[in-house]
Design a protein around this ligand. Structure first.
Ligand SMILES: *Cc1c(COP(=O)(O)O)cnc(C)c1O
Length: 341
């Protein structure tokens, strides 16, 4: 497949219009067969539930070109099942998990020319999303839905490559209330727009959100979970019902234990403990593993000694092993790699 003429090594995390997208409609209680289409635009009624009441959820995963030239994606079954959980929380009909995986394969295959080459540092970002599309004005869920997948090639999420970022402790809540913190939904991102703009204005790359009830425990950032490394090399990652169960974080926990022989703790993490950790990172499909050098708590700095100038040694090992597995350089655990082509 002839690749598109793109300077793959220099693209940022932005949207480019690829050739095909996948679409399926839900009406009269069932999903239609779905199809690939070329039109990137959507026309909906002005009163569609998605516009008025934000009834929409999404997912995010990536396709990679391996060293031997295959196109693969990473654990799409977990995205499929997480989208079912997100859909149920917003009273939407889940898109069947087997069909989700099949649709991802179809749309990536059709856009193979947009999958960045091995070693370029770029990947193909895959964005499935689901929304209520018929008109509602009284508050209730829609009864017609659209499931779509768009793809776009992307580079690194944080500018400046592997240089550790500085983040701030936010005074805002990340997620909408009423227990939606653990679903992947635009409504939580709408909540995060003001805090992220404020953080950027103040010169910080991201926000650290604390638990809304007591503001004593670490939750996550706007779109990535935290990992911490203790001085004796234990991976610690926050456990909370109000953070998104990151597939990257769950995979890193396995990599740490099974590939690197590290001790792993998934537990509540108190803000007061942060000063004792040696390394800190953000993990997610978009962020991969991005090192955090400093956390600014209302002017007071918490510094991570092993990861101020560059990625700390444990974070680096986790990064190399995880991306090695994703790019087909290191043997993956059973079922983690889905070969598309
Ligand atoms: C998508 C997302 C993450 C990262 O999850 P991955 O499955 O690793 O991509 C973390 N936090 C939030 C709020 C997210 O939306």
């Amino acid at each position: 497949m002839e690749k598109k003429n793109i300077d793959w090594g220099n693209i940022g995390f932005g949207y480019m219009e690829a050739d095909y997208r996948y679409v399926s409609y839900y009406k009269d209680g069932k999903w239609d067969d779905g199809a690939l289409v070329t039109d990137p635009n959507i026309t909906l009624n002005e009163c569609a539930c998605v516009f008025q009441y934000a009834q929409t959820v999404f997912e995010g995963l990536k396709a990679y070109t391996t060293e031997d030239g295959h196109i693969v994606c990473f654990r799409p079954d977990l995205n499929a099942s997480r989208m079912v959980d997100s859909a149920k929380r917003l009273v939407m009909p889940p898109f069947p998990e087997d069909r989700f995986i099949d649709a991802v394969k179809q749309v990536v295959k059709a856009n193979a020319a947009w999958v960045p080459p091995f070693g370029s540092g770029a990947t193909l970002y895959i964005r499935p999303y689901l929304m209520g599309i018929n008109s509602v004005i009284g508050v209730k869920p829609a009864d017609e839905y659209m499931f779509r997948i768009l793809v776009t090639p992307v580079g690194p999420y944080f500018k400046g490559g592997a240089k550790p970022i500085t983040i701030k402790v936010s005074d805002y809540d990340r997620a909408a209330p009423h227990g939606t913190g653990d679903i992947k939904a635009g409504l939580n991102y709408a909540m995060s727009l003001r805090p992220i703009m404020k953080a950027h204005e103040e010169g910080f790359a991201e926000n650290m959100y604390l638990d809304a009830a007591s503001r004593t425990k670490v939750e996550e950032t706007g779109g990535a979970n935290f990992i911490f490394i203790t001085k004796d090399g234990t991976l610690v990652t926050p456990k909370s019902d109000s953070i998104l169960p990151s597939i990257t974080r769950r995979s890193i926990m396995v990599v740490a234990e099974k590939y690197l022989g590290m001790k792993v703790e998934h537990r509540e993490v108190y803000f007061d403990e942060l000063k004792d950790f040696a390394e800190c990172g953000l993990c997610g499909t978009a962020a991969v593993i991005s090192p955090v050098g400093k956390i600014n708590d209302h002017g007071k700095e918490i510094c991570f000694p092993a990861g101020m100038e560059e990625m700390g040694p444990y974070t680096k090992k986790l990064y190399d092993t995880l991306t090695g597995i994703q790019m087909g350089k290191i043997e993956a655990p059973e079922g983690w790699i889905c070969t598309i082509e």
